[in-house]
Design a protein. Structure first.
Length: 162
């Protein structure tokens, strides 16, 4: 096997792996934004309706334990994220969503450690742990997908036809 054909095979393998990184990022975005919306909505419902909270199974009530500002934050991220995912197919826009979300949640996790309940968001160790796992993982996936060939910007303008 020549050195050139080996390089082509390796390049093909790299492109395949890179495409996989982009697909994984997109799946992670969909899952994260959906679950944030669901968790925030459930938390808000339980805070506003004590009768529903009283009959909610313990494990579900534990997962939906956010206070109202924290629930609204999750609903907002979920809503905006899902709206972007449903309407925007551009990989660049999805990378931007992942980057923005990852930076925000990572900083929120650190802020929750150094201050007590910033912005009225009840941030105990469980919430900070969540933010410091989900945020950096999103940043890692964005970085891996950004390195791929399919995330590079398309050339400006239309190609000339001879």
């Amino acid at each position: 096997m020549s050195e050139q054909s080996s390089a082509r095979e390796n390049a093909g393998l790299i492109v395949e792996q890179r495409s996989r990184a982009t697909r994984i990022l997109h799946i992670y975005l969909w899952i994260t934004m959906s679950l944030l919306f669901i968790q925030g909505s459930g938390s808000l419902l339980l805070r506003l309706r004590s009768d529903i909270e009283a009959v909610t199974p313990w494990i579900l009530a534990t997962l939906m334990n956010g206070n109202i500002p924290h629930a609204i934050l999750h609903i907002a991220w979920g809503t905006v994220g899902l709206a972007i995912l449903f309407t925007q197919r551009s990989n660049r826009i999805r990378l931007g969503l992942g980057l923005t979300f990852g930076v925000f949640y990572t900083l929120l996790g650190f802020l929750g450690i150094v201050t007590h309940n910033p912005f009225g968001l009840r941030l105990a160790w469980e919430e900070n742990t969540f933010h410091l796992i989900v945020g950096p993982l999103m940043l890692l996936l964005v970085w891996l997908a950004w390195r791929t060939k399919d995330s590079s910007p398309a050339p400006a303008g239309k190609p000339r036809v001879s």
